[in-house]
Ligand binder design. Structure first.
Ligand code: 6MZ
Length: 381
């Protein structure tokens, strides 16, 4: 598969962690600056950053190191801008960027001010050369499409598994306050060997009751009871699903989520609004992060990855990067990997990318925009 072709295809990225998607060059630059101030030892950093293969445990140690150099307002704004630019450069047309709101009293950072720094990053991206489209009126001025690269960005707030119930609830309340600023959902992530599912359940239930979408990191390690409880929660999407046993696969494939939606139909080159609510049933969709599962050997080898089975059974899946910086990948690379490993041709890859539109957490207005992008790409690619 020509790399150039995979890059040109419009793509949808639904599972990308902000601090995991940081450029290596930026990370090294920031580490060098802190080393000059005597806060850290550069060689310690450089060794970990440049390392290629890491265990899952080492990956989470690396996140702690990354957070030491990135967690101030100015840097968060900068890395947000760069991450969005990098995705847009490879024709990601819709990005759900997730990040864990952080509090750091020593520098006057609250979870809210952290998120404001993220939003400043999105704003500065649009003012340089990209168009960021927010649904809120506050952001209307950012949705005037002046340049050729257009990327629609929405935000998911992550709850780290190290957090308490109160802290998780604080994140959900923040997400609700920031709903008009592009925040549309909640993610549960962090080291899968830490924390108990029950700790986060009240906050996740509340999030859903309040109309936020929820995605869960599920089955990154073999914790059967937790995996089943997570599936019983009926999240809209789950990430990874690497360590599922037969019973978990059965649940995943049989569970259906009822969703009321207003539908659009495509007719004569126009989208006609169907002014009726219809109830349909969705399966729990799976965010597949191949490189991120292979590098730390969460899955022993790519040819036994569950992508093949889910794809064959037509279960809803979406290819994602997870942490493009930490795992040195890109969304185009993930598509190319699927092509070379599982033999998907251009038509199948295009369909895989297009179907991801059905799984976005943003509403029908955004889906409609994206469907137009795919209609037009189908004519030229
Ligand atoms: C679980 C992950 C993850 O939120 O600081 N994170 N959680 N599994 C993974 N697979 C490798 N990759 C990233 O981005 C970094 C944080 O995202 C979560 C971890 O909590 C990590 O600290 P933010 O922007």
């Amino acid at each position: 598969m020509e790399e150039e072709w995979v890059c040109i295809v419009p793509k949808v990225e639904l599972h990308a962690h902000l601090n995991g998607s940081i450029r290596n060059s930026t990370l090294l630059e920031l580490a060098r600056e802190l080393a000059q101030k005597g806060t850290i030892v550069f060689s310690d950093f450089e060794h970990v950053i440049r390392k290629n293969d890491r265990t899952l445990r080492e990956v989470f140690k690396l996140f702690d190191l990354i957070h030491v150099v990135t967690t101030d307002h100015k840097t968060i704004t900068r890395i947000t801008k760069e991450v969005v630019e990098d995705f847009a450069a490879e024709n990601v047309v819709y990005l759900e960027l997730r990040t864990t709101p952080k509090r750091n009293d020593s520098i006057g950072m609250s979870k809210r001010s952290y998120m404001e720094a993220v939003i400043d990053g999105l704003r500065s991206t649009s003012s340089s050369n990209l168009d960021i489209n927010f649904s809120s009126d506050d952001f209307e001025k950012f949705s005037k499409f002046k340049t050729e690269k257009k990327i629609i960005v929405r935000l998911l707030l992550s709850i780290d598994r190290r957090e308490s119930t109160a802290s998780a609830m604080e994140t959900v309340n923040l997400a609700l306050e920031m709903k008009g600023m592009g925040v549309i959902g909640i993610d549960l992530s962090g080291n899968p060997t830490v924390g108990e599912w029950e700790t986060f359940l009240p906050a996740l239930k509340f999030a859903r009751e309040q109309g936020l979408s929820v995605t869960l990191h599920c089955g990154e390690v073999p914790t059967s009871v937790e995996i089943q409880s997570m599936l019983d929660f009926l999240p809209g999407r789950i990430g990874h699903a690497c360590c599922f046993e037969d019973e978990e696969w059965r649940k995943l494939k049989s569970y259906k989520i009822p969703v009321d939606l207003c539908s659009y139909i495509y007719f004569n080159d126009m989208f006609v609004y169907l002014a009726v609510f219809i109830s349909i049933f969705f399966c729990i969709q799976v965010e597949i992060c191949l490189t991120s599962n292979i590098r730390p050997e969460t899955i022993s080898s790519i040819d036994v990855h569950h992508f093949a089975n889910l794809y064959k059974e037509n279960h809803p899946i979406v290819l994602c990067t997870d942490d493009s910086g930490v795992f040195s990948t890109s969304l185009s690379n993930e598509y190319a990997l699927v092509s070379s490993t599982f033999g998907l041709g251009k038509l199948e890859l295009f369909e895989l990318a297009r179907k991801a539109v059905d799984f976005i957490f943003a509403g029908n207005d955004v889906k409609k925009e994206l469907m137009k992008v795919y209609e037009s790409a189908a004519r030229t690619l």
